[in-house]
Design a protein around this ligand. Sequence first.
Ligand SMILES: Cc1cc2nc3c(=O)[nH]c(=O)nc-3n(C[C@H](O)[C@H](O)[C@H](O)COP(=O)(O)O)c2cc1C
Length: 338
Amino acid sequence: MNEFPKTADLMRRGTDFLGSETAILCGAMSWVSERNLVSAISNAGGFGVIACGAMTPDLLDAEIAATRALTDRPFGVNLITMHPQLFDLIAVCERHGVSHVVLAGGIPPKGSVEAIKGGKNPAKVICFAPTLALAKKLLRSGADALVIEGMEAGGHIGPVSTSVLAQEMLPELSADHLIFVAGGIGRGETIAGYLEMGAAGVQLGTRFACAVESIAHPDFKKAFFRASARDAVASVQVDARLPVIPVRALKNKGTEAFTAKQREVADILDREEVAMAEAQLQIEHYWAGALRRAVIDGDVENGSLMAGQSVGMLKEEEPVADIVAKLMTQSEEALARR
Ligand SMILES: Cc1cc2nc3c(=O)[nH]c(=O)nc-3n(C[C@H](O)[C@H](O)[C@H](O)COP(=O)(O)O)c2cc1C
């Protein structure tokens, strides 16, 4: 990355940690972040992350092996903390010597960070930090790096914007810790800004979902190219007792279907037919199924078109290598102008 000396300098801590050429992660996207996209990202100098989502340990095993066959560069695996077989999935990662495990979807359950960092093939742990207090707790509990992700992002989101999270967390944490910034990043000038504030790197999802190497259905990609930022809306919670994590996706019939699904789950919760944890799991399964319908089957009406607000900047399919090169060039030019 000699062409981008200023950016490479600011990314150094991130690239040393990830073992990649640039500190640009492609955040795990269920159904999208599989062997093809993940290996393409890592081969292009970024850091790809497999989305395990609801995969069984056997499926994850096969996906890691297939990804390894397509790249000799490092990549990570994203595990959802509420997966009922989380510890089996960790064991699969260990068997393959996966270098980085990202824990998403809430506070890591007891023993999970230790399981990832212990064992014969210890991996680095990356966690999502929604608040400064939790960030400090996660770092004390052994997280090696954090992702702070604002509500501009696609998929499951928190309530605070990326710009505010970055201002709250980077000055306080970045001198001693590795913090990657995610959510709403569409151009390299923004990357330069977060790097200057102390970020070790950045994570993008939406920008890579429509790359040439992404297996997402052509209709899924077309919906992204047609959309503007304001079409990527956060889901609403219909029942105060059912704390559903909001999801940002393009508006369609599926958005309404999700509201109906929440009512249905709230009803069975009312009738005490399920416990809260099971109710929330049902909601998560709903999302996984709906996302699959859009990404794999191309049902852009009823499926979930998870997308961040940066979707408005996407106009065409581009190879991953071009996206990475563009982002790095924009960042470098911005830093050179300073
Ligand atoms: C289609 C889609 C699916 C996603 N699925 C997951 C997931 O399974 N696990 C996860 O941790 N994040 C998921 N995300 C979030 C991304 O990993 C990433 O953090 C986010 O897209 C970054 O924000 P951006 O979309 O503004 O670039 C998803 C995002 C999208 C757009």
